[in-house]
Design a protein around this ligand. Structure first.
Ligand code: ZN
Length: 68
């Protein structure tokens, strides 16, 4: 087995672990309703993406609970 020549310093340990910190997705404004939405995803408020409506294909949870 390979054996490390030197003890890993606290700084190097922390630099390695810092890569795994969860990051928030990039938020952008919806051009249709102006709400903030996740970039490259359909808007959760109005269901529009790239000028087309996708709400019927992927109904959000609020609409499901309202219909019941
Ligand atoms: Zn929207």
């Amino acid at each position: 087995m390979a054996c490390p020549k030197k003890k890993t310093s606290h700084r190097k340990q922390q630099q390695r672990r810092a890569k795994w910190v969860a990051q928030l997705p990039t938020l952008s404004k919806c051009p249709n309703c102006g709400e903030s939405k996740i970039a490259h995803y359909a808007c959760t408020e109005c269901g529009y993406y790239n000028g087309r409506e996708y709400a019927k294909a992927m109904p959000r949870k609020k609409q499901k609970s309202a219909s019941q």
